[in-house]
Write a new protein. Structure first.
Lengths: 768, 166
């Protein structure tokens, strides 16, 4: 992993010092190891990891000679001082490196040939570079039964551990889950959890990246590949709108591992990934993956060659319109733009819409306020969290908020649900539709703050215009206040930048039976908000062409299925919720006859007789950037490895959530919640089978009592839009006055309760 | 032991410590006086009383030799095995004691639950080596093999302490 902190060598007020007879400079406060690394001198480290907080000097690997100081100093915990004279290349220092490595290796087994870390192991590399070559120890090494399952995702080989404490510090001080500890002392030390329970959490996999030896390894990747048989590609996560930068490992033609990047994007994820980002990749090879093009008619479903499928799709889209194109939240900017190009060319007049929230007018004021990036959370002295549940919906944001609070910042939260961050500061739970009360309660905190930062949830505020207006007013009235949107849809910002509206008109047109052919692009309307209405409307369309990576839903009934690459298998651009355009790069080729969506859409344009002037995703994006002001100035080169910010606002569109109306229906207001391991990706990935979460209905104890449901195991929820039946959990800490239900779990059907624009509803709760 | 009992012990001494976390040791020592060792429920109670996770309490408890996570005998005899004592015959002292009580040569607990014999790091009585300590009583030395026999007899005759400070 990153190991060394980035150093800004062009910052003002540099301090001059001497290293190995070279006169160098670094900003005041820089640690010697980082300053040396920035100038091309590697001082070896194991325990040092600046992202885990201050240095602890546990491993003694970074000893250097500092003139005038007694004995060798640990460079990880020594700051550069004016005119300090440092040597890392003397015999004394080399001797110390030899000695420390010899001690670290005293108990470390020589099993590198069968160790997953071998070949990409800091201990191996630094032993080779700085080590003694042979050992004076003749004693037996420690042995343990191996491996120990720290969880269903992480294996622990205790004899390989060099007790650097990185994983323990991550658990205690970054994720703050407090699970991992060091048991025993000295030569008996070992990593463990309390009484051997599994290490569970949302961020556990980061300890695999952090481990500088092969003690903590990934269970799904264990013994899968050797480092010289893999190819690593930097890309971006496609599971939530945070847009964490990550690295995809290809082995034997498919993505076999996902890790944090060796050079983290400090403005986004800082190198941390949630366990869904890290372990969802097996979904690319799930049993329901669409591997071959399909043509379906009344008689049968046939696997066909891709040319035949594209021909058939072109035939359907070549009929008289109007047609409609529906983009899922995970469609790339290129796919969205190509759909728009089809609609303005060969399929003139086609409706183009996105399944996501679209551009809600209520949010315009908030979006116009000064925007922040994720790293600004660290420096905020007040974080106001309005709505949402970042721990489950935009997971890495949780780590940033915890970091801000550790650094002395305050957290004030307001919203309709209790969540894992509620306990970090004052929390106002408001019933749905009354978020304004919560915003007002949080208001006074702004007065004392110098760098307040508002994190606001797109989905919750889209239907609370009064709260959004109040919040925008607070932002405008507070000097230095900034805002960051907690987006709902993976590439919602990217599709909105193209001017693609929400799907209200599209679903209405489908219902009227006027649409000839519907083309869905990574969209599963019957599993999205308004599922009941979508299912009804889809019955009235002439024909459906589905561009999809996985079966189920629309792919099981479409006349033509074009097998598409997933976000790990194709090029494209996603725009994060912080309006940062970032590049997806394919970690592997899609399986079987599947192809990237952009390629299929360009092929379709050719067949429809309107060949575009470009034939690569880079050229497609360049055309989009030239045509859409919100993307002006961007290109693949400009975006580069770390992304680039959108500067212009997206065009205003209609059909986003309008908001302001009261909740539809009778009974209790419905609060939807999302669970990190409760979506289709987590349910498809066999790696996550041990942690995946189902759907449930949660009621407060008082509410359950009042409705005579305290003993019910299952309840039926009925809204004006649809109904579903789910297990009931009565939680004394759950606020009364609302019913909470889990959205997004495949097959659970909570989406049926909602309207297409996700506007608020009330539901009748009865025992089932 | 319950978290409330532990709070009753540590609340009066809370202001003696700059950091609340430091109370973990007095809390663990006190919790151990009930049974002579700590079980999972005790660790959870200490965590609750001090405001730390159980996992963290466990990491501290496993660090110290004198905090026991398994039942011990009623009296615990710790024999120093560091340099001075080793030069003055602690190996013989330890093997004599364990042999007499029918224990493995590196220590253990007797079947009747009367004694635990364990090795200890330096007890600070190098000038009176070889030395040993019973529970947290005064360190004794120099101990001849006859002294060790007499000590066992005396301890067998003595009443069990009502609070097991180890």
């Amino acid at each position: 992993m990153s190991d060394y902190a980035p150093v800004n060598l062009s910052a003002p007020d540099q301090i001059e010092f001497e290293l190995n007879r070279r006169r160098l400079a670094a900003p005041a406060g820089t640690m010697l190891v980082d300053a040396a690394y920035a100038h091309g001198v590697e001082v070896p480290v194991f325990c040092y990891e600046p992202r885990l907080g201050g240095p602890i000097g546990a491993c003694r690997m970074c000893l250097v000679h500092v003139e005038g100081m007694r004995g060798l100093q640990t460079a990880c915990s020594t700051q550069v001082q004016p005119d300090m004279v440092v040597r890392s290349d003397t015999d004394e220092v080399r001797d110390a490196h030899d000695g420390v490595l010899e001690l670290l290796l005293a108990n470390h087994p020589l099993d590198c040939p069968v160790c997953d870390k071998g070949g990409e192991c800091p201990l191996q590399d630094r032993t080779f570079k700085f080590g003694p070559g042979k050992t004076q120890f003749v004693e037996h090494k420690r042995h343990f039964p191996k491996p120990l399952d720290l969880s269903s995702l992480i294996a622990l080989d205790r004899e390989r551990c060099i007790t650097c404490f990185r994983c323990v510090r991550f658990s205690q001080e970054v994720a703050e889950d407090g699970h991992l500890i060091m048991r025993e002392r000295g030569g008996d030390s070992e990593i463990a959890t309390f009484t051997g329970d599994h290490y569970t959490g949302r961020f556990t996999g980061n300890v695999i990246d952090l481990c500088p030896v092969g003690a903590l390894t990934s269970v799904p990747y264990r013994f899968v590949a050797r480092p010289w048989d893999i190819k690593n590609t930097p890309s971006v996560c496609g599971h939530c709108p945070v847009g964490c930068n990550l690295e995809l490992t290809e082995h034997e033609g498919h993505v076999a591992r996902v890790t944090g990047r060796p050079n983290p994007n400090y403005s986004v994820e800082e190198g941390w990934l949630c366990d869904k980002a890290r372990f969802a990749y097996p979904e690319d090879r799930a049993p329901d993956r669409v591997r071959q093009p399909l043509i379906r008619d009344a008689a049968a479903t046939r696997e066909v060659a891709i040319e035949e499928a594209v021909e058939a799709a072109a035939l359907l889209l070549g009929r008289d319109g109007p047609h409609a194109f529906l983009l899922g939240p995970g469609a790339t900017v290129e796919e969205g733009f190509l759909a728009q190009e089809l609609a303005s060319g060969p399929c003139r007049g086609a409706l183009v819409a996105q399944l996501g929230l679209g551009d809600a007018p209520a949010l315009a004021g908030l979006r116009a306020a000064p925007a922040a990036q994720l790293d600004d959370i660290d420096r905020a002295d007040l974080v106001v969290l309005v709505g949402g549940d970042p721990a489950n919906q935009q997971p890495v944001v949780e780590l940033r908020i915890r970091k801000a609070v550790r650094g002395g910042g305050r957290l004030v939260s307001a919203g309709p649900r209790r969540h894992p961050l509620s306990g970090l500061g004052p929390s106002y739970i408001t019933p749905p539709g009354r978020l304004l009360d919560g915003v007002r309660a949080a208001g006074p905190a702004f007065r004392a703050a110098r760098r307040p930062l508002v994190l606001w949830d797109e989905a919750d505020l889209a239907h609370e215009p009064a709260a959004a207006a109040e919040l925008a007013g607070l932002l405008g009235a507070t000097r230095g206040a900034r805002q960051l949107e907690l987006g709902a849809d993976v590439n919602g910002a990217g599709l909105s930048a193209l001017g693609i509206p929400g799907a209200a008109d599209l679903v209405a047109a489908l219902e009227q039976g006027t649409i000839t052919t519907l083309l869905t692009i990574h969209a599963q309307p019957a599993e999205s908000a308004g599922a009941a209405r979508w299912a009804e409307a889809l019955g009235r369309v002439g024909a459906v062409v589905a561009l999809a990576s996985h079966g189920g839903g629309i792919a099981d009934s479409a006349a033509v299925v074009l097998p598409a690459a997933t976000h790990r298998e194709q090029e494209g651009v996603y725009v994060s919720m912080a309006k940062r355009a970032q590049r997806l790069r394919p970690g592997a080729a899609p399986p079987g006859g599947a192809a990237p969506g952009w390629e299929l859409l360009i092929a379709l344009a050719h067949r429809l007789g309107a060949a575009p002037a470009y034939r690569s995703p880079a050229a497609t994006f360049a055309a989009a950037a030239a045509a859409r002001p919100a993307l002006a100035g961007l290109s693949y080169d400009v975006i580069g490895e770390l992304g680039a910010l959108l500067h212009a606002a997206p065009p205003a569109t209609t059909n986003g959530a309008v908001g302001g109306g009261g909740a539809d229906g009778t009974g209790l207001p419905l609060v939807t919640t999302l669970r990190i391991f409760g979506d289709a990706a987590a349910h498809r990935s066999d790696a996550l089978s041990g942690v995946r979460q189902g759907a449930e209905v949660v009621l407060g104890a008082g509410e359950a009592e009042r409705r005579g449901l305290a003993g019910a195991a299952q309840v039926r929820l009925q809204s004006p839009h649809g109904a579903c039946t789910l297990p009931l959990r009565v939680d004394p800490r759950c606020p009364d006055g609302a019913v909470h239900a889990t959205l997004g779990v495949p097959g659970a059907g909570v989406e049926r309760l909602l309207a297409v624009d996700r506007s608020p509803v009330r539901v009748e709760v009865t025992a089932a | 032991m319950t978290a409330d009992e532990i709070r009753g012990h540590i609340d009066p001494i809370r202001d003696q410590f700059a950091e609340g976390r430091s109370l973990i040791l007095p809390a663990l020592k006190f919790a151990q006086t009930e049974k002579g060792y700590l079980d999972g429920a005790d660790l959870e109670a200490v965590g609750e009383a001090v405001g730390l996770t159980t996992a963290y309490v466990e990491s501290v408890a496993t660090f110290y030799d004198r905090l026991y996570l398994q039942p011990t005998g009623r009296r615990v005899i710790s024999v120093c095995i560091n340099l001075s004592c080793m030069l003055r015959g602690c190996d013989e002292l330890l093997s004599h004691l364990t042999g007499r009580l029918g224990l493995p040569s590196d220590g253990g607990s007797t079947d009747d639950g009367a004694f635990t014999v364990q090795q200890a790091q330096c007890l600070g009585y190098c000038d009176r080596a070889p030395c040993l300590q019973v529970d947290v009583g005064e360190t004794q030395g120099p101990m001849s093999l006859d002294d060790a026999d007499a000590l066992i007899e005396a301890l067998r005759a003595a009443p069990t302490p009502d609070r097991l400070w180890r």
